[in-house]
Design a protein around this ligand. Structure first.
Ligand SMILES: Cc1ncc(COP(=O)(O)O)c(C=O)c1O
Length: 480
């Protein structure tokens, strides 16, 4: 056996899952006595785990007599005593093995690629930061100046936004910053225009302050900006570079229209530029805030471009919102980690950030092209693919006369998890169900398997095995 790949699930230690997998391979005869197992390093590389993890799993198998180590030659499967089998052959155990056999591919949209994460460099820099005396204090309320300076440079280079460190506020997430910002904006504004469909996380934040909503319809062809004239609100929340969730971008002409609209109304546009780094077919459009920053509140984050669990986001505030914000929150402690901010500043300053973005753009481009090709191959005209030009997920509209719920459950029963989009819609409902599938964290092999399972679930009615996917409802973060 040269190598193998299987999906590791959340919830139990990885070494244990690897140990159990090999144990069942051996018990079922999938690996024969005296076969050589993949090396510790090969297995760790293909499963994206540490060598310690694979070593621990192998040590457990050695201790139980399933395999033996032969020094530099590697690990080999032992002749297994019948007794060893019988112990495990109770019906309950058999059922569990059968259920576990089925792979679970999770097309989640809230994760990033682990294999290309610059772990060593980040760890080295984070360790260095921990030796600085400057790290042993609370952070600055609006974020560390060194990071704000780096963000200002980056925004100018990559998004055309001219700003300076003083106008930037660092927070822990887009939602957290929208909640804080809402506290200032609600003094002047009672309502806000949001995209429909649109990012539910932003709506939650506005709802927290009881803003009334007006909705701007967004179609697969783009946002219907002509509707803005009839609306009363002077405040607009948009995702112009990669509309969330439809994936369309506003053209330069549409951006100019928006700037004109907001100037005429003396209002504000909240521009959420959440994943603008990943545009695959052409260069990113400049941000709205690069055309005229006076009436644009610009929001960015490190969740898609780097690591969602870091909880690091920022906004660029125009005057007079900036002064009001600084006055209002001067005595609030920073909500995000000082250590992460200092490490990120160092990472950006050293040039690693730009390298990371370039690398990840290629990695994701390869994955999305592969996913699109596989979907086209397996589904042909029964689906429309939406939003393949950018971002870390795709939408697929299905022309199969099934409901969203049916599609999700059916997929789940075949071992593959996909996500609904109905939660993003307010009034502008879609004629056909649209399913969201994230690809960023999956390998090419996992994408292949996931699409095959989807085909089996949605088109091939035969040969569907018993449910094996992780049960339970979807949490809000899993819906992202
Ligand atoms: C439109 C939009 N903005 C921002 C975010 C990221 O939010 P956070 O800063 O909480 O990671 C998301 C997450 O999916 C999103 O869809």
């Amino acid at each position: 056996m040269k190598n193998t790949i299987f999906v590791l699930e959340e919830g139990s230690p990885k070494y244990q899952q690897i140990y159990e997998k090999f144990k069942s391979f051996i018990e079922r005869g999938d690996i024969r006595p005296n076969d050589r197992l993949p090396s510790i390093r090969q297995l760790a590389d293909s499963l994206h785990v540490s060598r310690n993890t694979t070593l621990t799993a192998y040590e457990q198998l050695v201790a139980e007599g399933y395999i033996r180590g032969e020094g530099r030659k590697g690990y080999f499967v032992n002749e297994v005593e019948p007794l060893l089998f019988q112990e495990n052959e109770n019906p309950h155990r058999k059922k569990q093995t059968a259920l576990k056999k089925m792979p679970v591919i999770n097309f989640r949209g809230d994760a990033v690629d682990q294999a290309h994460f610059p772990l060593k460099i980040w760890r080295r820099m984070a360790n260095q930061v921990l030796t600085w005396q400057d790290s042993f204090r609370y952070g600055e309320p609006f974020g560390e100046e060194v990071l704000r300076e780096q963000i200002a440079k980056y925004l100018f280079q990559s998004r055309g936004v001219k700003t300076n460190a003083n106008a930037i506020i660092i927070g822990s997430s887009t939602q957290q910053m929208l909640v804080y910002l809402g506290q200032i904006l609600k003094e002047e504004f009672q309502s806000i225009i949001v995209e429909d469909p649109g990012y539910d996380g932003a709506r939650e934040a506005f709802q927290f302050h009881r803003f009334e909503f007006e909705t701007l319809p967004v179609h697969e062809t783009g946002a219907d900006l002509s509707q803005l004239k009839q609306m009363n609100s002077r405040l607009l929340y948009v995702t112009p570079s990669h509309q969330s969730p439809i994936g369309v971008s506003l053209s330069i002409q549409q951006r100019q229209m928006l700037i004109q609209w907001v100037n005429e109304r003396c209002g504000y546009i909240i521009e959420d530029d959440y994943d603008s780094e990943f545009r695959y077919t052409q260069k990113p459009f400049p941000a709205l805030a690069s055309i005229d920053a006076a009436r644009v509140i610009y929001l960015g984050n490190f969740s898609k471009s780097f690591l969602p669990g870091l909880r690091l986001a920022y906004m660029v505030l125009p005057e007079p919102i900036l002064s009001q914000y600084q006055k209002h929150f001067a005595y609030f402690e920073s909500s995000t980690s000082l250590l992460s901010q200092l490490t990120m500043a160092k990472f950006m300053e050293s040039g690693e950030w730009n390298r990371h973005i370039k690398r990840m753009r290629l990695v994701y481009k390869r994955k999305v092209s592969h996913l699109v090709a596989e979907l086209r191959k397996h589904f042909g005209p029964t689906i429309t693919i939406i939003g393949e030009q950018s971002g870390l997920y795709l939408l697929i509209k299905l022309h199969l006369n099934h409901s969203e719920e049916w599609l999700i459950q059916r997929a789940s029963s075949c071992g593959v998890k996909v996500y609904p989009t109905s939660l993003y819609f307010m009034n502008n409902h879609t004629d056909r169900p649209i399913i969201k599938i994230g690809f960023s964290h999956l390998s090419i092999d996992e994408i292949d398997l996931g699409v095959e399972l989807l085909k089996k679930a949605w088109v091939g009615e035969k040969d569907i095995e018993t449910p094996t996917a992780k049960g339970g409802g979807l949490s809000r973060s899993e819906n992202l």
